[in-house]
Unconditional design. Structure first.
Ligand code: FES
Ligand code: FES
Length: 245
């Protein structure tokens, strides 16, 4: 290195500098620099020791906080399903769909998307159609819940069930319980005079007639992967006519 420096023109000054001392600084500046370097090293040591000893405590506190907020909380419920009171204890986050299927063995109600998009999980709560996958079981306490299992009277099918059979309103049948529950509520909505977008578009502002367009609009929350729609519409129309006659 020194050979290299001495061989380089103009580097004579550099060779005269004491080894390890910063260039061109007055002596008092060196001691200041030394002081601040020492102070820095000491402070860094203290800081890292503090961080090292404090970290496990912070991590443990965070772990405890997460455990407290995610620990399962259970609730004891009594749900009135198909006219029967059913007691069950579930995680507070349990949906009505899971309560029906996993806790009460009522597997007629189907899980399709579990996101409120397909209608396979439709049940009736106080006569209104709801997606049970989007309804907490705890919220349904005190209401009358009707599932596909509760529509028939013994061996006598509900008129909507009979119409689906008669008109072949299904293929694989997976969406059918939801379709039927939805259609049962639809007939009641029509009887009450509830309007749909199609009612407004066709100028029916009082008692809407269940045309094919009306039925398709009102059943649009129930998807059928087998595309049995023409027969579903025929079944709903027949059930509506039967309900009127
Ligand atoms: S399972 Fe509930 S809407 Fe699809
Ligand atoms: S009958 Fe198969 S999904 Fe509707």
């Amino acid at each position: 290195m020194s050979t290299l420096l001495s061989d380089t023109p103009g580097n004579e000054e550099l060779q005269d500098q004491p080894q390890g001392a910063p260039c061109d600084l007055p002596p008092e500046a060196h001691s200041d620099l030394e002081f601040s370097r020492r102070t820095f090293v000491k402070a860094a040591g203290i800081l890292s020791a503090g961080v090292a000893s404090g970290l496990p405590r912070v991590a443990a506190a965070e772990k405890a906080r997460i455990a407290a907020t995610t620990a399962p909380q259970t609730v004891s419920l009594t749900l009135k399903i198909n006219g029967k009171q059913q007691a069950l204890t579930v995680d507070t986050r349990t949906t009505l769909l899971d309560a029906l299927r996993e806790y009460l063995g009522l597997t007629g109600t189907k899980k399709g998307c579990d996101h409120g998009q397909c209608g396979a999980c439709t049940v009736l709560i106080d006569g209104h159609r709801v997606n049970s996958c989007l309804t907490l079981a705890a919220v349904a306490q005190g209401a009358e819940i009707t599932t596909i299992e509760g529509l028939a009277h013994g061996d006598e099918l509900h008129p909507v069930q009979a119409a689906f059979l008669e008109h072949d309103g299904f293929q694989c049948g997976y969406c059918t319980p939801g379709q039927i529950c939805s259609a049962v509520a639809l007939l009641e909505e029509c009887r009450r005079g509830d309007l749909s977008t199609v009612s407004w578009q066709t100028g029916q502002t009082t008692s809407p007639q269940l045309s094919e367009q009306e039925i398709r609009e009102r059943m649009s929350g129930n998807i059928c992967r087998c595309a049995a729609y023409p027969n579903i519409v025929a079944a709903v129309r027949a059930a509506a006519q039967g309900a009127r006659s």
